[in-house]
Write a protein that binds this ligand. Structure first.
Ligand SMILES: [Zn+2]
Length: 266
């Protein structure tokens, strides 16, 4: 019987994703650094705060964040664990509606404003069309998220970034999948005058053959797509009912692409 393992696109086993909150004007410089190095990220925006100073112009959402993911951060950034649940629902749906008008795609990601969450909010999110939500803090780990609604990053960019990046580059054991996930706020680079940290990190991490550079939702969709694959009971063939390609490693680790809508003999 074939041994089949889930893989990232291209048969890769390492993924890197970035996650930045609040949509301040410093996102422009950060995206420039990401784009120069082929690194992808997710930007969590507050639709009700664009008239406050130092935020990006909502009219530039489509172009500025092209190739990256635009995601929710609630409309007005309340500490939602202290709010009535209907208000939380409204904060998220209003944010989705505003952002979807400007991106043209379903906005399904969230990061908790002020890191605030509760069990009730976690249960509410799937009902609002939200697929994942990021908490604050650093896990110092490259493990995949067990609970997408309590998704903790590997590190904030001010926490052991280069050290963890070097560790990640050195990972080679292909029996595991690894994710490095970095979060923060782009204005923090101005506050600490440490743009060179992110420039150095992206230069070091970019352009690697064995790393999949993805947004937060691309990562989650890849994991979900694998679960949708329909394998023959003896793993001799597999059907991909989705529209996106899936990748698996078979037996000795040979990467196999399963195109959307097709059945492949293994
Ligand atoms: Zn925030």
């Amino acid at each position: 019987m074939n041994r089949v393992y889930c893989c990232f696109p291209g048969g890769k086993h390492k993924a890197l994703t970035m996650s930045y909150d609040d949509g301040r004007t410093q996102d422009r410089r950060l995206i420039d650094i990401f784009n120069q190095n082929g690194i992808k990220g997710t930007f969590h925006l507050n639709s009700g705060l664009f008239d406050r100073g130092e935020r990006i112009d909502p009219e530039e959402i489509r172009t500025l964040y092209a190739g990256h993911e635009v995601a929710c951060h609630t409309a007005t950034h309340p500490t939602i664990a202290r709010c009535p649940l209907p208000e939380v629902a409204q904060e998220i749906l209003a944010d989705r509606q505003f952002l979807e008008k400007r991106t043209g795609y379903p906005v399904r990601g969230l990061s908790y404003p002020n890191g605030s969450l509760s069990e009730e909010i976690e249960e509410l999110l799937p009902l609002l069309g939200i697929r994942y939500s990021r908490v604050v803090g650093s896990s110092d780990s490259f493990a995949l998220p067990e609970n997408p609604y309590r998704w903790q990053a590997t590190c904030h960019h001010n926490h052991r970034l280069m050290e963890l990046g070097e560790q990640f580059l050195g990972l080679f054991k292909k029996q595991y999948l690894y994710l490095m996930y970095v979060w923060g706020h782009s204005y923090e680079f101005d506050d600490k005058n440490n743009w060179d940290l992110m420039e150095g990190f992206c230069r070091m991490m970019g352009g690697k053959e064995d790393i999949w550079y993805c947004t937060n939702i691309e990562f989650m969709d890849c994991m979900d797509d694998f679960k949708q694959l329909q394998f023959a009971s003896d793993n001799s063939f597999v059907y991909n009912p989705g529209a996106r390609d899936c990748w698996i490693a078979v037996n000795d680790g040979t990467p196999v692409r399963i195109p959307g809508g097709e059945t492949i003999t293994l």
